[in-house]
Design a protein around this ligand. Structure first.
Ligand code: IMP
Ligand code: MG
Length: 182
């Protein structure tokens, strides 16, 4: 048992549910990107487990790269301000970009990234997100591939953090409110 499991209210998505859905999405992406120049761009750090599983379930070739952005600080509500901490350092004109993100929440992060990268004219630009919380959307942005639509609760695990902890839980759980409300 994970040492922080006592802080989890309940499990929202089990390892098995996550794996089977990621595999299904990977099959769809493999079909859609056949004959294209797929470049997966993982948004660090939250997308790491999703990226690692997704790329291994693909049956087509894919190049990978990473960006790192920050918007959250240590709270559970987005600051709305996005900063690029690590950028792509190669031209992207010849690539079909698929951004790989842990969760689409207000949409501030991904709409900023979309603006930031579209200037460099990738061949195409799409978004794959593990989780989608449409209830909190503020920006006009949607996911092209989304594994799970979830209710407006703060979740951790499988890459998602609270104050940088819980990322290595193998499942996704709802964090007990008392953990962040005190
Ligand atoms: P957005 O810019 O509001 O769409 O937020 C996206 C980022 O907020 C994600 O990449 C996560 O790092 C973080 N985030 C949003 N909701 C949650 C959550 O429920 N748990 C953990 N992190 C979250
Ligand atoms: Mg985060």
């Amino acid at each position: 048992m994970h040492e922080l499991e006592q802080n989890i209210d309940h499990i929202l998505l089990t390892e098995e549910q996550i794996q089977s859905k990621v595999r299904e999405i990977a099959e769809q992406i493999s079909k859609d990107y056949t004959g294209k120049q797929l470049l997966l761009v993982g948004i660090l750090k939250g997308s790491m487990p999703f990226m690692a599983d997704l790329m291994r379930y693909l049956t087509i070739n894919a190049k990978i790269d990473f960006m790192s952005v920050s918007s959250y600080g240590n709270g559970t509500v987005s600051s709305g301000q996005v900063r690029i901490i690590l950028d792509l350092n190669k031209p992207i004109e010849n690539y079909d970009l698929l951004i790989v993100e842990d969760i689409l929440d207000s949409g501030a992060t991904l709409s900023y990234i979309r603006e930031w990268l579209s200037i460099r004219k990738p061949r195409s630009f799409k978004i794959a997100t593990l989780l989608d919380k449409p209830a909190r959307r503020k920006a006009d942005i949607y996911a092209d591939y989304s594994c799970f639509v979830i209710p407006d609760e703060f979740v951790v695990g499988y890459g998602l953090d609270y104050a940088e902890d819980y990322r290595n839980l193998p499942y996704i759980g709802v964090l007990k409110r008392e953990v962040y409300e005190k």
